[in-house]
Write a protein that binds this ligand. Structure first.
Ligand SMILES: [Zn+2]
Length: 293
């Protein structure tokens, strides 16, 4: 998950004008009569900050909807920006779920339901396969429940959730814990996004694998952990440094690696790890438990 700067190397309105005047396209000349309505739709999308509960659909005839979807599927030269958004996106961390995959474009407002935004740059967000797992979901039945928008929701810059480890041992119970206060104005939207985008991915499996690596060979989590930390504070400092390193490397505080490391900084986990490092017979960079599954 991450806030992205919206792509600004093209002009959506100008691209629409060029398309509507291109007599070699199938949408010519029917598209011309709908350009004003589509531009108005773009304007209200931006005015509503891409908020899934506020942006209005624009009713267009089925033929025009079909033309817009076809233009997305086979973009002419004037829509070259679609390929550029996909190619130039930072593939390091998915802005929708925080995974380390990317490579596809997500229509945040699905083109099947919102054909008006099929070629709108602000609606095209680089994403991973969480895109298809979300399906067409935009909002929930209760007030404030909505998908977050990487081009508009500044809160995505903040650390929003961390791993929570319980029943510590070789196979702990792992859940995701929100950091926002329940009274925060974006609490409901963030919770909805995490439940309906992030939790549908393989994030818990990723965190479980990271935990197994940590207790098998601590240096896989942070190089300094090949030696036992001298105090709980030193352990906390090492993990905090590693967390910062991951945040900076992936330019996101909600990438899956940071979600894992920040969960280790909970007091009960720090204490458990520190005790495990100092159990009798522990050898440098060796397993932290006796029986590893
Ligand atoms: Zn994703």
């Amino acid at each position: 998950m991450n806030r992205l700067d919206p792509p600004d190397f093209f002009d959506d309105d100008a691209a629409l004008d060029t398309l509507s005047l291109n007599s070699r396209l199938k949408c010519y000349p029917q598209l011309q009569a709908h350009v004003a309505a589509i531009k108005a739709g773009y304007q209200q999308y931006v005015a509503a900050n891409g908020n899934a509960t506020l942006v209005n659909n624009v009713p267009l005839p089925p033929t025009i909807q079909g033309h817009l979807k076809a233009l997305y599927a086979s973009p002419p030269a004037s829509l070259a920006y679609i390929g550029q958004i996909r190619d130039e996106s930072d593939a390091d961390c998915c802005p929708m779920c925080g995974s380390f995959h990317s490579g596809t474009l997500d229509h945040l407002f699905p083109k099947a339901d919102y054909a008006v935004f099929a070629i709108f740059g602000r609606n095209l967000v680089p994403a991973c396969k969480c895109n298809s797992k979300r399906t067409a979901l935009l909002a929930g039945p209760n007030p404030g429940e909505r998908i977050l928008h990487p081009y508009f929701d500044d809160i995505l810059r903040e650390r929003l959730f961390v791993a929570r480890f319980d029943d510590l041992g070789p196979v702990p119970r792992i859940t995701l814990r929100l950091l926002l206060d329940v009274h925060h104005p974006n609490f409901t939207a963030v919770r909805f996004h995490i439940q309906n985008v992030v939790e549908r991915t393989s994030i818990l499996r990723h965190i479980r694998t990271s935990w197994t690596n940590l207790i098998r060979r601590p240096s896989l989590t942070a190089a300094e952990l090949r030696n036992a930390p001298a105090s709980c504070q030193e352990l906390s400092d090492i993990l905090s440094y590693e967390l910062d390193r991951q945040d900076v490397t992936h330019r996101s505080r909600n990438n899956w690696r940071s979600v894992f490391i920040s969960g280790l900084l909970d007091d009960h986990v720090l204490n458990w790890l520190f005790t495990a490092f100092h159990r009798p017979g522990w050898r440098v960079d060796g397993p932290l438990v006796d029986h590893i599954v």
